[in-house]
Design a protein around this ligand. Structure first.
Ligand SMILES: Nc1ncnc2c1ncn2[C@@H]1O[C@H](COP(=O)(O)OP(=O)(O)OP(=O)(O)O)[C@@H](O)[C@H]1O
Length: 260
């Protein structure tokens, strides 16, 4: 049994075929980087793993169960654009999901229960390096700090899978390096399985233990929407040798398949 199984998945919107023939197995603890030309369906695959979109054909299973369309704590997501609540402080932003779970009707918790949630939140805020900003509001934070906050929020639900959709795309190169270190630490310490869409193929190589390249194999100039993208390369990046082989391949094909 694999942790996540993608079994002959196809996805179309109306008569536009986006993805086709995806068959992949992912084990727990892998870090899958996903690259490919803009619009080829990377985010669509993330959404199907999240459960917010359904395959048109085929099935995705997590631990032998079909992915449920309802929000599920097993899967957390961090987008490129900051997804934090502007009217809540750092601490409140990280606490809020647990508070809602604990107090479904009032959305508030009190006393010991609130303190327990706060203690847990403070742990994750420390882990992402935001202790000094715990009472600040999102507009007082830099872009990198807001992404740290979004990661702390996602970790609060102890997800097994973390879905990252160009999480560092809006950040300056120097800050991206810090974020790479952070996400690597978060990945290892929380035994996460990560799927990350990126337009930066080097980032994909540096962070991933595996790299998926999306590309359209079939073309019909008379019917440009008839065929979707497939995963044309599925590269393991665990060893130095695999990294080097992957880099060589990437140099050869990057111009064709990735908008660099
Ligand atoms: N809900 C939807 N209804 C119709 N078409 C959609 C919908 N969501 C996405 N699409 C289309 O599906 C295609 C793939 O979109 P997707 O966002 O998955 O691509 P992507 O590879 O992540 O692109 P980018 O790298 O630019 O973020 C695009 O042409 C997009 O317009």
């Amino acid at each position: 049994m694999s942790f996540l199984t993608i079994d002959d998945v196809w996805k179309s919107y109306a008569d536009v075929q986006i993805l086709e023939r995806l068959t992949l197995k992912v084990e727990q603890g892998e870090f899958v980087s996903m690259v490919g030309a803009s619009g080829c369906g990377k985010t669509t695959l993330l959404k199907m793993i999240l459960g917010s979109e359904q395959p048109t054909r085929g099935q995705i299973q997590l631990e032998d169960q079909p992915i449920s369309p309802e929000p599920n704590q097993a899967r957390g997501i961090v987008f490129q654009k900051y997804s934090v609540f502007p009217h809540l402080s750092v601490l409140q932003n990280v606490m809020i999901a647990d508070e809602f779970t604990a107090a479904r009707f009032l959305g508030r918790t009190f006393g010991k229960q609130k303190q327990q949630i706060a203690d847990k939140a403070i742990g994750f805020i420390e882990a992402v390096g935001l202790s000094h900003a715990i009472h600040k509001y999102p507009h007082q934070l830099s872009g990198g700090m807001q992404q740290r906050l979004a990661i702390a929020q996602a970790l609060m639900k102890s997800p097994k899978i973390l879905l990252l959709d160009e999480p560092f795309g809006a950040l300056d190169p120097g800050i991206r390096k810090d974020m790479h270190q952070l996400i690597h630490k978060v990945w290892k310490e929380n035994n996460l399985t990560i799927f990350m869409v990126t337009h930066d193929i080097q980032e994909g190589f540096e962070l991933g233990s595996r790299l998926w390249v999306f590309d359209k194999v079939r073309h019909d100039p008379q019917a440009p929407t008839a065929y979707g993208a497939q995963i044309t390369y599925d590269l393991a990046l665990n060893s130095e040798k695999q990294q080097q082989a992957g880099q060589t391949l990437a140099k050869k094909y990057a111009k064709k398949v990735v908008n660099l």
